[in-house]
Write a protein that binds this ligand. Structure first.
Ligand SMILES: [Mn+2]
Length: 345
């Protein structure tokens, strides 16, 4: 009895202490491309704190983890779009964070259900959302006064890798720099990020170096590493030529020994169709990670179609009009492709 009572007192005391000591700043950002890594870097430069770098399957797991962090004071969520499958749980986690008085800022540019924005704003989550500019450019624009000059270069590179350097803010930033210099820097960054997806420490290191205003060429071995990646991509071209299949409206291929997102542009391009689909099995999960790309002639919004279709098949997905992704249960992949082929006519 006595011990139990003591324990309770201790717990209560501990809670009181932690309540007044909320001082942690965390940025959860997308780890798979230059926009996510660069957003995390600029948040770090402006506010300090730590980055948690995640992919789409890991997104909710990270949020469920931080909501339990009793020291969390301020949370930024960058470049992580929501889908029909994840948005309700996301709102629920946001309301729990807000009950604990955690300040939350959600910065993104993927297609979003307007009801979700309304719900988030009701909770006083700060929403910075523009489908016309990449996330890093929006971070730069919002927190310019807390950032140094070099931050505009980090944002420029992110805009290039997200195909958004022609947008109002993105194009102004690109004008500051020599186009070729920015292109090669953005491209080398991208190859280093894509090639280090299984090395979280390296991705963290990139965030720190970019926050520290390093150019990609000042980070050791980045250009050499990019060369190795380029060589691998040229081998993928040969494999796609052999293994790609076509339907009326799309080309598709199962990828076995590289990332689906690295191959998908080749699948679209070499198939001669306006939509390409590449999918790769995630062995331990029983699911396929699917990448979808549309050409300039593709007139439908692939992100919206894929969001609905993947959700109806027990998976999830979404993204932009011409570039999106999905997670699809293994037995449903054929259905996903045939249905997508019908819906994009
Ligand atoms: Mn992005």
């Amino acid at each position: 009895m006595v011990t139990a009572a003591k324990k309770v007192t201790k717990k209560t005391a501990a809670k009181k202490v932690t309540k007044s000591q909320r001082n942690k700043i965390i940025c959860i950002s997308h780890k798979e491309d230059c926009d996510g890594i660069s957003s995390a870097a600029l948040i770090r430069q402006a506010f300090g704190g730590d980055a948690m770098l995640v992919d789409y399957p890991g997104q909710m797991e990270a949020l469920n983890q931080v909501v339990l962090d009793e020291k969390l004071k301020s949370l930024f969520i960058c470049d992580l779009g929501l889908s029909k499958k994840t948005q309700d749980e996301f709102i629920d986690i946001m309301s729990r964070l807000r009950k604990n008085k955690v300040s939350v800022t959600y910065i993104d540019h993927h297609d979003i259900d307007p009801n979700v924005v309304t719900a988030l704003e009701k909770l006083k989550v700060k929403v910075i959302h523009d489908i016309n500019e990449c996330t890093t450019v929006q971070v730069y624009h919002a927190y310019k006064s807390k950032l140094n000059d070099h931050a505009s270069f980090v944002a420029t590179c992110a805009a290039i890798t997200d195909y958004m350097e022609d947008r109002p803010l993105g194009s102004k930033l690109l004008q500051i720099y020599d186009r070729q210099f920015a292109l090669i820097s953005a491209t080398v960054m991208t190859y280093n990020i894509v090639g280090h997806q299984r090395e979280p420490d390296y991705l963290q290191y990139l965030v720190e170096e970019l926050a520290d205003s390093k150019f990609p060429h000042d980070i050791p071995n980045t250009f050499e590493f990019a060369q190795i990646q380029v060589e691998k991509l040229s081998q993928i071209i040969a494999k796609v030529k052999k293994g790609m299949k076509t339907m009326t409206n799309l080309g598709h291929m199962e990828i076995l020994d590289s990332g689906a997102s690295g191959a998908v542009n080749f699948v679209m391009g070499l198939s001669g169709k306006d939509v390409g689909v590449a999918y790769k099995e995630r062995v331990d999960h029983g699911i396929y990670a699917v990448s979808v790309r549309g050409s300039k002639n593709c007139k439908v919004h692939l992100g919206k179609i894929v969001n609905l279709l993947a959700t109806s098949l027990g998976g999830s997905g979404g993204g932009h009009d011409k570039a999106c992704g999905a997670v699809v249960p293994k037995p449903k992949i054929k259905k996903f492709i045939t249905e997508l082929n019908k819906k994009i006519k």
